[in-house]
Design a protein around this ligand. Structure first.
Ligand code: ARG
Length: 552
């Protein structure tokens, strides 16, 4: 297994670890080892550090060593070593940075049939996809799963409503909106006449009993919805390896339920099966209803068992909104008690809400934002910006760039935040070319590439690096660790911040050390620094699922 650059340095010194310094006045890297030893041996840290550096044999990559309060040992890396880092741009998948290639199942998106693809599902899709990309960039075998919500009592409501008020012709013209309209109508009528709830139950029972008419309609609903979802995925550039509806797990449910019964994990309660938990904070979970029907939980248990036993997952990551956190505690606890989980990791990676200026959303009341409109709006706004910035580009190219920028802006708006925070949808900030936004990063990349085209020289590093160049090289060196920590904590915002910081460094370097006005040798050198950084930006953006056009 390959080590990260900083681990390589630590190893060559015989230290357990070293860290990058924020303030380069103290050197590029530092180690707290003397502090630790001093604590253990009850000695003065500064004295221990002084003593240690006396006997230290420095590897070639280190040119200076010093001690600073309260007992850090600091190292300065050689220009040669840093230049090497800039000469070997990172490529994904990164090779050999993982101990073992694992099967990582990443579940994300998972919208519900016959309902609009909501902004919550958008968040799951964007973050989940970026996390999946991080794992595959590290060299793992990633399986991307879309767990489609295609079963549940809402289909009884919809079947009833469709039969009562709907028509295939009308629905076919604008399926998701028409189905939603029927669903909303059902709920408003149910407020006046609650007997229709029973009628909905009756229809759901028909569906469960595989009544031909009910199944046929349900399949129509499903096809209509999937068509709309696919259009969204296409716009977002998101692909899945496995798209499976909840309904496909119903057949596996009896076996799973029996196993839980046999293992005495379930208890009966008024004819229904429930699981109770020792932990007081986890409320009992209903596993099978009185009438024997499966629930969201039953289908998830079946899916989980399938993923562990049949798909042989080493890790399963669920990207689902934070409102389901109790539910996932229940699910994972049951799986553990059933003995399905050995060394595998079950990870729930919740995300917070997206707030729109319009306020909260409620599908039942028909208050929601149609996602395809959001995406189109983003592209439209991006196109307007491009028309202003670069009016002479051919139309086709403008549209391609508008797509990259518009979708990139939406994705980055999400990815730059910690995934658990509630985020706001702010068009102007998202599409701004300055500040921390995707267009700024894409623009930085395109500008660096354009300098490369204009310079007409081959990039070539001098052996000597100035302070800014050292900082850039140290930043570039951190790329693989950044990917690893983004994956491990399911937090692509770590990578997003990194790309932003690198872009800021490169922009100010370029402004201070212009390329085109310099002599040829200097041009080559500066260009090499800039292009190494640009490659890293592109690689990082792509891992986030964001395109980096060569020209804007
Ligand atoms: N379809 C569900 C919803 O929209 C999300 C499914 C999450 N995944 C799961 N395995 N339960 O709320």
């Amino acid at each position: 297994m390959k080590k990260y650059p900083k681990q390589e340095i630590a190893k060559s010194l015989g230290f357990s670890d070293v860290e990058y310094n924020k303030n380069l006045n103290y050197g590029d890297l530092s180690s707290p080892i003397a502090l630790k030893i001093a604590k253990k041996e009850k000695k003065k840290p500064m004295a221990v550090a002084q003593e240690m550096i006396k006997n230290l044999k420095l590897p070639e990559s280190i040119t200076a060593v010093s001690v600073s309060e309260p007992g850090f040992i600091n190292f300065k890396l050689s220009d040669n070593y840093l230049a090497q880092l800039l000469q070997k741009p990172w490529r994904v998948p990164l090779r050999n940075y993982i101990a073992k290639k694992e099967r990582v199942l990443v579940e994300y998106s998972s919208p519900n049939i016959a309902k609009p693809f909501g902004v919550g599902h958008l968040r799951s899709t964007i973050i989940g996809d970026a996390v999946a990309n991080c794992y595959s960039a590290l060299g793992h075998k990633v399986i991307r799963i879309n767990h489609i919500g295609d079963w549940g009592t809402q289909f009884g409501k919809l079947l009833y409503a469709f039969n009562k008020w709907g028509s295939e012709k009308v629905v076919a013209q604008d399926p998701v909106n028409e189905l939603l309209r029927l669903y909303v109508r059902f709920h408003s009528e149910a407020e006046i006449d609650d007997t229709i709830l029973n009628k909905a139950r009756y229809w759901f029972k028909k569906l469960e009993d595989k009544d031909e008419q009910a199944v046929r309609l349900w399949k129509r609903f499903s096809n209509w919805s999937m068509e709309e979802f696919r259009a969204v995925y296409k716009k977002l550039g998101v692909k899945f390896d496995l798209e499976k509806g909840e309904s496909e797990y119903i057949a596996l449910a009896p076996k799973v339920v029996n196993e839980l019964k046999k293992k005495k994990i379930t208890t009966e309660s008024e004819d229904a099966l429930v699981v109770r938990f020792q932990d007081k904070d986890i409320t009992p979970a209903l596993i099978v209803k009185k009438d024997g029907a499966t629930l969201y939980m039953t289908r998830d248990l079946a899916a989980l068992r399938y993923r562990l036993k049949i798909m042989k997952a080493n890790s399963i990551i669920y990207h689902v909104g934070s409102e389901q956190s109790l539910y996932f505690k229940q699910l994972f606890t049951i799986a553990r008690r059933a003995g399905w989980v050995h060394s595998q990791n079950l990870i729930y990676a919740p995300h917070g809400l997206i707030k729109l200026k319009e306020g909260t959303m409620s599908t039942r009341r028909g208050r929601y934002i149609a996602l395809n409109l959001v995406l189109e709006e983003a592209e439209k706004r991006a196109l307007a910006v491009i028309n202003k910035k670069n009016p002479h580009l051919p139309q086709g190219q403008k549209e391609k760039i508008a797509h990259a920028i518009g979708i990139g802006a939406i994705k980055y708006n999400d990815l730059q935040n910690n995934r658990t925070t509630t985020i706001n949808f702010d068009w102007d900030r998202m599409l701004s070319f300055d500040g921390n936004s995707a267009p700024y990063l894409q623009y930085t990349y395109a500008r660096l590439k354009s300098v490369g085209r204009k310079a007409k020289v081959q990039p070539l590093l001098n052996k000597k690096l100035n302070n800014e160049e050292r900082v850039i090289a140290l930043k570039v060196a951190q790329f693989p660790e950044i990917i690893a920590s983004s994956a491990e904590s399911q937090s692509p915002n770590i990578l997003a911040l990194y790309i932003y910081e690198l872009s800021v460094l490169l922009t100010s370097y370029y402004e201070k050390y212009p390329v085109l006005k310099a002599d040829i040798g200097t041009q080559k050198h500066r260009l090499a620094v800039l292009l190494a950084g640009a490659k890293t930006i592109k690689c990082g953006l792509n891992i986030l699922g964001i395109e980096a056009p060569e020209e804007i």
